[in-house]
Design a protein around this ligand. Structure first.
Ligand code: ATP
Ligand code: ZN
Length: 226
């Protein structure tokens, strides 16, 4: 565990799909920051709340290790890593505190256009390419289907054309990437959006109070938006 801290530390994506919306949301909660020169760290000027700007993949681990108290990350990343860090979502040392309403997409199965989908049973024996092997394996287990999971870290959508997989399991928002790769969506496994993640129990110190204050402000901001 990291040493005790007075100030609350929130991990955000440094650049990418969630970066701007995450910063905007905290600004609307009344938080103001001064950026360090390397832009990795932002010092909170209005409250004792600082930011750490990192790759989204690092956020669950930073919370699990206690390096950061909170984080804004896609539900897909949070849940996928819950299987690496612990024994799945219910055993993870963190939980989803609030759904934030941006970065919406879904983890979905997609297959080559013109190929039929006969439900989960039809997947038996097929190779499915994904960057979310734990979420996919968990879903396959629950469907009681035995398929092969092919792990790719990127460009999952070209796997069927390359012949390295029969279908894919990937994030889909508009479906434009699928269409561009002659794929069509067959089934959604998980609805995703950016979430505020934090510890199962709030720290019993100033950081716990700051978290409660932030959650109250966040609820106000999210309510106005609905
Ligand atoms: P990093 O450099 O931080 O690792 P990344 O490339 O892994 O970034 P992004 O592409 O910025 O991640 O996506 C961040 C999150 O945005 C995803 O994990 C997902 O929750 C959400 N998202 C929303 N729409 C999409 C989409 N069409 N494709 C992929 N992710 C999406
Ligand atoms: Zn990432």
């Amino acid at each position: 565990m990291s040493p005790p801290r007075e100030r609350l530390r929130i991990a955000l994506q440094k650049s990418g799909r969630l970066a701007d919306a995450s910063r905007d949301l905290l600004a609307r909660c009344g938080l103001k920051f001064r950026e360090s020169r390397d832009k990795l760290f932002c010092f909170g000027e209005s409250l004792a709340v600082d930011l750490l700007l990192v790759r989204d993949d690092d956020i669950p681990g930073l919370i699990a290790e206690g390096v950061c108290d909170l984080g804004i990350v896609g539900r897909n990343v949070l849940r996928e890593q819950a299987f690496a860090i612990a024994d799945g979502v219910d055993a993870a040392p963190y939980r989803e505190l609030r759904a934030l309403g941006f970065g919406r997409c879904r983890l979905a199965l997609a297959l080559p256009q013109g190929q039929g989908y006969a439900g989960p049973e039809g997947l038996a024996g097929l190779r499915i390419a994904t960057s979310y092997p734990n979420l996919l394996a968990d879903w396959l287990r629950r469907q009681r289907v035995d398929a092969r999971v092919v792990v790719l870290s990127g460009s999952v959508e070209i796997a069927p054309r390359l012949g390295s997989a029969d279908l894919i399991c990937d994030l889909v928002a508009s479906g434009a990437t699928l269409a561009a790769n002659q794929l069509r969506e067959a089934a959604a496994l998980l609805e995703c959006e950016a979430v505020l993640a934090g510890p199962r129990a709030l720290p019993a110190d100033a950081r716990g109070d700051l978290t409660e204050l932030l959650l109250r402000r966040l609820d106000g901001v999210l309510q106005v938006r609905d």
